[in-house]
Design a protein around this ligand. Structure first.
Ligand code: DGL
Length: 267
């Protein structure tokens, strides 16, 4: 039986829109309710316990919109183990597993770079997941704290962005990684600069498409696909107009500029 309820998508800010976009591409009959905690982004420097608390409350907020599944489209929250199933009344899925699948498939020389927020890199979640997938892989991780701030300002290509990227990525270029995991859902918005700095021989993988595929599989297996589409909803804890402007830009011209509602930041 089709399940017309929407899919919830959560991130600290606009980064989860990269996952939302992949879901829209792969599952055009699904409606999304997107929640960005833009009033409190970035999550990267916050203690894991606080990230967990914010995420649990965000999932509760999305559950009030009668979603059938919540995608926590935030590596920092996934790395802080905020997606542990016991905490929620709705099914919840994170983004680290799907990114690892994509990277293990892509690497040819077994050297994989991981970039993410301070929280994600400090958690070691990617190293553990990659070692479990293939113990032979050599993994080099790098926190890139300024990337989220730049993306949230809508800055994705200017000279300072290129300079910051060149600094962060220099050790990964030197280590000759052939695959780079964009371990933060904001980073696909920097793909141009990241590809430019890493060079054409390096494959960039992100969790967006893999997560969308995992959601597709899950909904098919559960016989819970929707069959008639409908309008997406966007909610932000910060300024709705600022979110709308960035979202319209990052979702691309095929998606109508979103109508953004404001929800109060929870305790
Ligand atoms: N986009 C998020 C992630 O994937 C969070 C970034 C942040 O708020 O620091 O980690």
């Amino acid at each position: 039986m089709p399940d017309p309820r929407p899919i919830g998508v959560f991130d600290s800010g606009v980064g989860g829109l990269t996952v939302a976009r992949a879901l829209m591409d792969l599952l055009p009959d699904e409606r999304l309710v997107y929640l960005g905690d833009t009033a409190r982004t970035p999550y990267g420097p916050r203690p894991p316990a606080e990230v967990r608390r914010f995420t649990v409350a965000a999932v509760d907020e999305l559950a009030r919109h009668d979603v059938k599944l919540v995608v926590v489209a935030c590596n920092t929250a996934t790395a802080a183990q905020a997606t542990a199933p016991s905490a929620f009344t709705v099914p919840v899925t994170g983004v680290i597993g799907p990114a690892v699948v994509a990277a293990t498939r892509a690497t040819r020389n077994g050297r994989v770079g991981v970039i993410g927020t301070e929280g994600t890199i400090a958690s070691g979640a990617y190293e553990r997941a990659l070692a479990a997938a293939d113990p032979e892989l050599k993994v080099l991780s790098q926190a890139c704290p300024r990337f989220v701030e730049l993306v949230e300002q809508g800055r994705t290509t200017d000279p300072e962005v290129r300079e910051v990227a060149a600094d962060y990525l220099a050790p990964l270029v030197a280590a000759q990684v052939d695959t780079l995991i964009l371990g933060c859902t904001h980073y696909p918005l920097l793909t141009g600069v990241l590809a430019y700095v890493m060079g054409p021989q390096v494959v960039l993988t992100s969790s967006a498409e893999e997560t969308a595929r995992a959601v597709f599989t899950r909904l098919v297996d559960d016989d819970a696909l929707a069959d008639r589409g409908g309008a997406h909803r966007f909610l932000a804890t910060g300024d709705p107009a600022a979110f709308a402007a960035l979202a319209a830009r990052f979702l691309g011209p095929r998606v109508a500029p979103p109508d953004v509602g404001r929800v109060p930041a929870w305790a």
